[in-house]
Design a protein. Structure first.
Length: 507
């Protein structure tokens, strides 16, 4: 990109930069010559992204008018990519309040353009009959269009891209179930869209003229039923043909739990996705092409979008995942690190071992923990804990990892999230499983005087109420097996890594 293009670029505020779309939009805006400022409740979750040094990050929340006003200072284009689905049963009211604050602050700050990504809704269905998720998305779009600032409200149905919740749901359902008894929504017609076409439209809207203030439907060239999408996915992934039988009595609520059991997407996220499939979601117009024309071959067809997504997954090049955003009910308190912390009881389980390997080998094992590599102790106990968490409405163990070898702050790791990482030294994970309290797991690689490593492992639990204390003492008898075994097996894996590398031929 030339310096002239960058000089002509706008200062763009991106909300939701820790999420799936926002985290991918930022580098696209930079590549298009724009300057970017990110609004985040926890800016540290953005620090390890490749583009972190090229953007300005400010702390704030869209429900806090003062922080929104400060973030909008000097901004020309404001991207609204957040929703309050994770905030509980009153998320529609939270969405409504946040959108009004954002629109009012944008008008007061002199922002020339708002860009919002919402959900595609059927034209012939009264809004009151829509799922709460789609109804709220539609209301937010109206609020932003009515706020007095030119707005582009993009409406998409199923987004196909590596790591998207819709793609992960489609992928795991198809790969894990050669024979499926499915809800009736598998016969609903859908117009999916590739994530790169969504991003192209979002970036292009930054340069729309001021008189354009409206909704735009965005979709790919194919209109398919969900059943057809699963069959075509199976063909592209070279799987045997799937047998799909629909069962009309499977309600959206029941089917969301079915999705939650089979895929990494928990029922709390699957429910709005499945509820949105009750009605046909097909574009009513394609006017965005007049304002943001695409290159030859775009928008991408469903098959090509799936091929690209699968390639990214297989090459471990997934930039963001659906789990990048916060999970409903997940704790967010940072680890109380002060030894004299006065916030209440803290239970700890500490393990410290000498390792017959250099610190680099130990760190490779630590950073590679979880996902397909497992947790180095009593797999059945971890599997049972993950299944219980899913049954309680939690995320379970199936979220896996974004990257098989590398972690960054904010990454999900099965039912943990990376709270802090010091490359080569320390990994701290915060539990996002259902617990009567807050929990962390901290793993450290330290250098000993003889050049070998010491492994330091600490589990921390802050109980909530009597139930929290009872929980800790009920599982304490298993700690030697689970945490002790983990420490020993990590040390052994590090020693094996060191021995394998010692026998590699010199390069």
């Amino acid at each position: 990109m030339t310096s002239t293009a960058r000089d002509d670029g706008a200062l763009c505020l991106v909300t939701g930069a820790t999420g799936y779309i926002g985290g991918r939009l930022v580098p696209e805006l930079l590549a298009a010559g724009h300057r970017v400022r990110c609004l985040a409740r926890d800016p540290d979750r953005l620090r390890d992204h490749p583009w972190a040094g090229d953007v300005e990050t400010v702390r704030g929340d869209v429900t806090d008018a003062a922080s929104v006003a400060a973030a909008l200072d000097g901004v020309e284009v404001a991207y609204y990519l957040v929703h309050a689905l994770a905030s509980g049963d009153d998320f529609e009211e939270t969405d409504r309040r946040a959108a009004r604050i954002f629109g009012e602050r944008c008008r007061a700050a002199g922002v020339r353009r708002i860009v919002y990504l919402g959900g595609l809704t059927p034209a012939d269905v009264p809004e009151r009959e829509l799922s709460p998720h789609l109804r709220s998305r539609a209301e937010v779009g109206r609020i932003l269009l009515d706020c007095g600032v030119p707005a582009a409200v993009l409406r998409a149905a199923v987004v196909i891209g590596s790591g998207s919740a819709s793609f992960e749901m489609l992928r795991y359902l198809t790969e894990r179930l050669p024979v499926m008894v499915t809800p009736s929504w598998v016969h609903t017609r859908i117009q999916p869209v590739a994530v790169r076409d969504v991003l192209r439209a979002l970036v292009g809207c930054a340069r729309l003229p001021a008189h354009v203030s409206r909704t735009f439907d965005i979709g790919g060239p194919d209109v398919l039923t969900y059943r057809e999408m699963m069959l075509r996915y199976a063909a592209i992934a070279e799987l045997p043909r799937r047998l799909i039988v629909s069962l009309p009595m499977l309600t959206p609520g029941l089917s969301s739990h079915w999705v939650g059991l089979v895929t990494p997407v928990p029922a709390s996220i699957a429910r709005p996705l499945t509820e949105s499939l009750r009605h046909e979601v097909v574009c009513h117009e394609h006017d965005i092409a007049r304002h943001v024309p695409g290159p030859p071959g775009h928008p991408l067809g469903f098959d090509e979008a799936v091929r690209l997504a699968l390639r990214k997954v297989r090459e471990a090049q997934v930039a963001t995942r659906w789990s990048s955003a916060s999970v409903p009910g997940a704790p967010s308190d940072p680890l109380p690190t002060d030894p004299g912390w006065a916030g209440g009881s803290l239970y700890t389980d500490v393990r410290d071992l000498a390792v017959d390997a250099p610190p680099a080998s130990l760190w490779r094992v630590i950073e590679g923990i979880g996902g397909d590599n497992g947790w180095y102790s009593f797999p059945l106990a971890w599997a049972v804990r993950g299944r219980l968490d899913r049954l309680a409405g939690g995320v379970g163990l199936r979220r896996g990892r974004r990257d098989a070898a590398r972690l960054r702050v904010g990454d999900t790791l099965d039912f943990w999230r990376v709270e802090e990482i010091e490359p080569g030294r320390m990994l701290r994970l915060r539990a996002e499983m259902r617990l009567p309290g807050l929990a962390w797991l901290e793993l450290r690689a330290e250098a000993a005087a003889d050049g070998r490593a010491r492994f330091h492992q600490r589990a921390v639990f802050h109980p909530h109420g009597l139930l929290g204390h009872a929980y800790w003492w009920s599982v304490a008898p298993f700690h030697a097996l689970v945490f002790g075994g983990m420490a020993r097996n990590i040390a052994q894996a590090a020693a094996a890594d060191a021995a394998a590398r010692a026998h590699e031929p010199a390069r």
